[in-house]
Design a protein around this ligand. Structure first.
Ligand code: NDP
Length: 300
């Protein structure tokens, strides 16, 4: 780390504080600002510099990292005239989460205002920041990424540049969080159903983790099938998947537990079967949701 390295962190929620703390711990001169005052006490105690305004914070460093709840929040901080003027000619890395479209829109705004811009996403919790377990993905100009990587390395973990299109990191982010949140919804539901059947969370957890351990192989197979256009279900046809889902819905609703998420998944499987693809695997749902599934009977 160069003795002159400096960074500004805008946004001191749990993640912003973790980022700023990692920069400080790595010896980077770190200036911090948050919309609501009073969130920087611990950081300042560790050596961070408090700025009185976002514009003052941005002016303190060549590199600014913003990490707030979403791009509406980021825009409300960054698109003020004084902040935009301070950012001109400097580099902004937006590690807030949002959609690919918002990331591209932010990049267009940055280009219009002479701001050098990288977009990124953080794929791991606050506890991983500053450790080898953090996962950061970035998109935007590769030379700009290379220029600032030495400072970003202070955040620990792995950093991957996914391409020049500013929307790429957010595209990965929404796809990966799609897996995460539907899994979390399944876990919440499973714990409720198990408890209603007299199975304690502690009893279920080791077996639930075993289900989690099956997922990497299932993801690999599913991705390979989609890539190859191979939707065959020889080992596990979707009719069998749909049957399994029905048991979950019945067991759940018998206890008055909302089975909405499972009903949605079962509904997709039933539609695939109804269109004549019952011998295919669950992977056929990828075609259904994309609107690419014609009735098997109508296929040439
Ligand atoms: P939040 O997502 O709750 O974001 C809180 C931050 O957003 C605070 O600094 C808050 O400021 C700011 N904020 C909210 N609304 C506004 C607004 N209108 N104008 C200005 N600032 C606003 O918590 P996190 O810090 O945890 O998350 C930040 C980002 O990091 C999110 O996009 C999140 O998805 C992402 N992330 C978080 C992870 C985590 O484990 N926490 C993991 C991976 C990614 P104020 O204090 O003034 O309300």
């Amino acid at each position: 780390m160069s003795e002159n390295s400096a960074v500004t962190v805008l946004g001191l929620g749990p993640m912003g504080r973790a980022l700023a703390g990692a920069f400080v711990a790595a010896g980077v001169r770190t200036t911090v600002w948050n919309r609501t005052p009073g969130r920087d006490g611990e950081l300042v105690g560790q050596g961070a510099l408090r700025a009185a305004s976002a514009a003052e914070a941005v002016a303190a460093s060549e590199l600014t990292v913003v990490c707030v709840v979403d791009y509406d929040a980021a825009d409300s901080v960054l698109r003020r005239a004084d902040v935009a003027a301070a950012l001109k000619g400097r580099t902004l890395v937006n590690l807030s989460a949002d959609t690919p479209t918002r990331a591209r829109d932010a990049a267009a705004w940055a280009a219009d205002h002479g701001v050098r811009y990288l977009d990124g996403s953080i794929m791991t919790p606050t506890t991983t920041i500053g450790t080898p377990d953090g996962v950061f993905i970035h998109s935007g100009p590769k030379d700009l990424y290379d220029e600032h990587l030495p400072v970003l390395f202070a955040l620990g973990g792995t950093h991957t540049h996914l391409g020049e299109d500013h929307g790429r990191a957010a595209a990965y982010d929404v796809a990966l969080l799609d897996i995460f949140w539907t899994t979390m919804a399944g876990c919440a539901h499973a714990l409720a159903v198990a408890r209603a059947e007299g199975v304690t969370p502690g009893e279920l957890a080791p077996f639930a983790m075993g289900i989690g351990a099956i997922l990497p192989g299932a993801i690999e197979d599913m991705a390979a099938g989609v890539a190859a256009g191979d939707f065959s279900g020889a080992a596990n046809p979707i009719t069998s998947s749909a049957s399994s889902m029905k048991h979950i819905i019945a067991a759940s609703e018998r206890h008055g537990i909302d089975a909405g998420v499972m009903r949605a998944a079962a509904g997709q499987a039933e539609r695939v079967i109804g269109l004549g693809y019952g011998t295919d695997g669950f992977v056929r749902v990828t075609e259904l949701v994309a609107g690419r599934l014609a009735e098997a009977a109508n296929r040439g």
